[in-house]
Design a protein around this ligand. Structure first.
Ligand code: PEP
Ligand code: MG
Length: 599
């Protein structure tokens, strides 16, 4: 829930008197660190609008597109209204008032009627009709000497911008022409947007929407951007150019900070970096428990550029390569050769360490594949990940073929996302066999032996079928992010339910335990690659449940390694036994924290 706490500058001292008041907003801490910089508020109207005439026969289709865009914009505003309600106070009330005005504008207002008329009478496309109608209204309102109407111009722009973005399928692009140390303030940031943020320029970001388990948040952690998500109303509270601080550790966002606040945060930031540097000294030390058990620590990567950081982190290999990066920020699909080249470079850069490549996991909050093939009424439950690959085998064949070819340049493993049934796994094996035969016929070099084929355990049904899946695959990787989402029916991207997202819920823990034991019985490797793996808070519990391999963002390897080196495995196993006897998530959380602080 967001709160606004203005802190008055001291009364005395003339230089401070007219200074803007320091304001503190609270959102959800995404990590990893503190940014001190300058606000850059995203301009939601920066959309390029195509204009063309349409035949009479296309009028109905164009009106339907416009109706869809209106519904889309209204959904977005409804989400913001929910957030505003949660904010409370005068700021929340003001924001609710304003958003209700937006909703009214989207329900048959002058703007909507004007656009409709332009589509029907001028026979132009919907986005051009919106663009022209907004321009006309802004013109008319600005020429009237009426303060109220003048104040509505920004609202018309905002609503018009939403309609245009929806019609032109333009994502937010808050990062063009940014000054150094920019802190991006935006309603929403997609993983594809995050992937192209330049860490030399962007100091951090704050969003109004989005949860800390979302893929955008994972990317922020992985790429090292201090970030806070779910801060309602911020876009309207801050002007571009305002000095500000993003505390990704506590979730605080401070606008127009007082000089003493800046000094304090400079010290905190220096301390954070000192601690990180101290941890990197662990790089060359082995990840072994106090009683000498080795735990394999691998890295998750989102972008190929991260491989250098992976090598510096002391990771043994890549436990999860999210291959979505190859499909981001483009309008077409990458071909087999293009994928092969990207993968080969990455595999070579890992100098003989194993690279676990996950096939495309589009849909949900992840990349929407070009051509819109991941769309659907409920993308989190729709035709996504391996289901899409099986539905469009040429997409999967290209990926498998590229991975096999890259496997000649270093050891790789193939990982399948969102497998729910043994049949899916067997269908992939069949396609893989076909791809191998085709490459052999063409005399293309293949790795020998062929790469292991593993499945993500991230759907509760898969965890409960773990014995059957283990009999037909070569390794498991437990995706606790989605496993938690689907077990508890909590959308990991929705900040409104983020407080209910709990990987320590006994149902989630039982599924992790069940899958781990099934893998151990079948003698196949099992690792955890969700965000749980990267937090030292869960290390003892996961090891106690039988996990001996963890994969995480490389920046988390040192703190997790330090935790492993402090643990005595028999004690962790006993601790896990006690935890697994509990049924209340609150009691489990307390036991976990007590065990961690007792060490
Ligand atoms: C997971 O679901 O835990 C996982 C590792 O995959 P992703 O976060 O990419 O969905
Ligand atoms: Mg997942």
């Amino acid at each position: 829930m967001a709160t606004v706490k203005p802190k008055a500058p001291p009364e005395k001292g003339s230089s401070r008197k007219d200074a803007p008041r320091e304001r503190v907003f609270q959102g959800q801490a995404v990590g990893p660190g503190i940014a001190i910089g300058t606000a850059r508020v995203h301009d939601s109207t920066a959309v390029s609008v195509p204009e063309y005439r349409i035949p009479v026969s296309a009028v109905a289709r164009e009106r339907a597109r416009f109706a869809d865009a209106t519904a889309d914009a209204s959904d977005q505003v409804a989400r913001l209204q929910l957030k505003a309600k949660g904010m409370g106070g005068a700021a929340g009330e003001d924001l609710s008032y304003l958003l209700e005005a937006y909703q009214q504008m989207l329900r048959g207002s002058r703007l909507i009627r004007g656009v409709e008329r332009r589509i029907i009478e001028d026979r132009i496309n919907a986005e051009a009709a919106v663009h022209k109608e907004i321009a006309r209204m802004i013109d008319a309102f600005s020429s009237m000497d009426d303060a109220y109407l003048a104040s509505r111009i920004d609202d018309i722009r905002d609503v018009g911008g939403r309609l245009l973005r929806s019609l032109t399928k333009t994502p937010y692009r808050p990062f063009a022409m940014l000054p150094r140390n920019a802190i991006i303030i935006t309603e929403e940031l997609t993983p594809a947007d995050t992937a192209v943020l330049d860490p030399r320029i962007v100091a951090g970001f704050v969003t109004m929407l989005g949860g800390v388990q979302s893929h955008t948040a994972i990317m922020a952690r992985s790429l090292g951007f201090p970030a806070v998500m779910g801060v309602a109303g911020l876009v309207r509270e801050v002007q571009s150019g305002a000095p500000m601080i993003v505390d990704g550790l506590s979730g605080k966002v401070i606008v127009d900070p007082l000089p003493e606040t800046v000094d304090d945060y400079r010290r905190q930031r220096a301390r954070f970096h000192r601690e990180r540097r101290a941890l990197t000294r662990l790089k060359t030390l082995p990840a072994i428990t106090r009683n000498g058990v080795h735990i394999e620590l691998n890295a998750n990567i989102e972008l190929p550029g991260e491989s250098e950081v992976v090598l510096q982190s002391g990771a043994e290999g890549i436990g999860l390569l999210r291959s979505e990066f190859m499909f981001m920020n483009r309008d077409d699909l990458p071909g087999e050769d293009e994928q092969f080249e990207l993968l080969r470079t990455l595999v070579e850069s890992m100098e003989g360490r194993v690279v676990t490549i996950r096939t495309l996991d589009c849909g949900g909050d992840k990349v929407g594949v070009p051509l819109g093939i991941c769309a659907g009424p409920n993308p989190a439950l729709g035709l996504r990940a391996i289901r899409l690959g099986l539905n469009q085998p040429s997409l999967l064949e290209d990926q498998l073929s590229a991975i096999l070819r890259a496997g000649v340049f270093g050891p790789v493993r193939i990982l399948l996302p969102m497998v729910a049934t043994v049949d899916e796994l067997m269908a992939v094996r069949e396609i893989l066999g076909r791809v191998v035969r085709r490459l052999t016929r063409r005399r293309v070099a293949l790795p020998d032996p062929l790469p292991p084929l593993g499945v993500m355990i991230e759907i509760p049904g898969a965890a409960l079928s773990a014995d059957a899946l283990a009999a037909h695959c070569d390794f498991f990787s437990i995706g606790t992010n989605d496993l938690t989402q689907y077990t508890l029916a909590i959308d990991r991207t929705d900040e409104a339910v983020a407080h209910l997202y709990d990987s320590l819920h006994p149902a989630v823990l039982r599924l992790i335990q069940f899958a781990t034991e099934a893998a151990t019985r079948a003698r196949i490797p099992v690792s955890v690659c969700g965000e749980m793996a990267g937090s030292p808070r869960y290390t003892a519990l996961l090891l106690g449940l039988g996990i001996r391999e963890l994969s995480m963002s490389s920046s988390n390897i040192p703190p997790v390694k330090r935790r492993i080196r402090s643990l005595h495995l028999p004690e962790a196993i006993q601790h896990a036994r006690v935890v697994m006897d509990q049924s209340a998530p609150g009691v489990i959380a307390r036991l976990v924290d007590e065990f961690n602080s007792a060490e």
